[in-house]
Ligand binder design. Structure first.
Ligand SMILES: NC(=O)c1ccc[n+]([C@@H]2O[C@H](COP(=O)([O-])OP(=O)(O)OC[C@H]3O[C@@H](n4cnc5c(N)ncnc54)[C@H](O)[C@@H]3O)[C@@H](O)[C@H]2O)c1
Length: 248
């Protein structure tokens, strides 16, 4: 499959280029020139985006500001306008599917403590994909907005959409970096291993549904997301569990 990846120079972009490159023909899209082949384009620039996805079967849309503390200006341009432009260019180019890097923060409002990386364990609930949006930041709201535009393009413009509500994945493939920090409870719930990340996105490229929501976390014993619908809809069964790191 010919797959475009926006934000290909980022952390998750690097993991997916490595993990999916063996089974797909990857085209990278980056904000600045890189030491690998890429089309340099700012996704918030509608004119510059026109024509860039021609010939692709699917687009994995990672480009954006990933900071829960990011500014409204940044969210508006990089996340909201950027995601709309990606969907619009996908429609124009006849791309069959967009896989969108959404976030746990679309639903984190109830369970967030004093900051986005603190889980209030007294509010611990098992959330489901169908529970209404409850963003904890303008970042979470910007990703919820992306999901809504995705639903529009899936239903009315023939672009399949898979919204991946990603947990927490950092520079190291372990949740132990959070040990003893205020983020420990959050990371134990939201940890996503690189192996599970790649397998979730592989499933997202294979699934043949108009619109799919999914939680993209590992099979964490202390998760606050119910994985059953994700298992069924995406065929994604994560294998890792943050607790195995804390218990060893
Ligand atoms: N890392 C996580 O735990 C996590 C969790 C949930 C969601 N996400 C989402 O996954 C995506 C990738 O996250 P990451 O951790 O790799 O972040 P990252 O910052 O490493 O990568 C994002 C990339 O997007 C690019 N970018 C930003 N604005 C752009 C624009 N206007 N045009 C083109 N490119 C632009 C940046 O140059 C950067 O390389 C983000 O959308 C983020 O919100 C990440």
């Amino acid at each position: 499959m010919k797959v475009g990846i926006t934000g290909a120079e980022g952390r998750i972009g690097g993991y997916l280029r490595a993990g999916l490159g063996g089974s797909h023909d990857i085209s990278s899209f980056t904000l600045t020139p890189q030491n690998f082949d890429s089309t340099v384009v700012d996704v918030s620039d509608a004119d510059a985006m026109t024509g860039v996805f021609s010939g692709l079967d699917a687009v994995i849309h990672l480009a954006g500001d990933p900071s829960p503390a990011g500014s409204w200006e940044s969210m508006l341009h990089n996340n909201i306008i950027g995601t709309f432009n990606v969907l619009e260019e996908s429609r124009r180019a006849g791309v069959k599917k967009v896989v969108f890097a959404s976030t746990n923060h679309t639903q984190h409002g109830e369970t967030m403590g004093a900051s986005p990386e603190i889980l209030d364990m007294s509010q611990r609930v098992m959330l489901r994909l169908g529970d209404y949006f409850n963003p904890s930041s303008i970042y979470g709201a910007s990703k919820a907005t992306g999901e809504i535009y995705g639903r529009l393009f899936a239903r009315h413009h023939g672009v399949q959409f898979v919204a991946m509500r990603i947990g927490a994945i950092g520079d190291e493939d372990t949740p132990l970096t959070a040990l003893g920090t205020p983020a420990e409870d959050y990371v134990r719930a939201m940890y996503l291993s690189r192996g599970d990340l790649v397998s979730a996105f592989q499933k997202a490229l294979e699934v043949d549904r108009e619109f799919t929501l999914a939680y993209v976390i590992s099979n964490n014993g202390r998760r606050i997301f119910d994985l059953r619908e994700t298992n069924e809809n995406l065929g994604f069964y994560p294998e890792d569990d943050a607790e195995t790191f804390f218990q060893s």
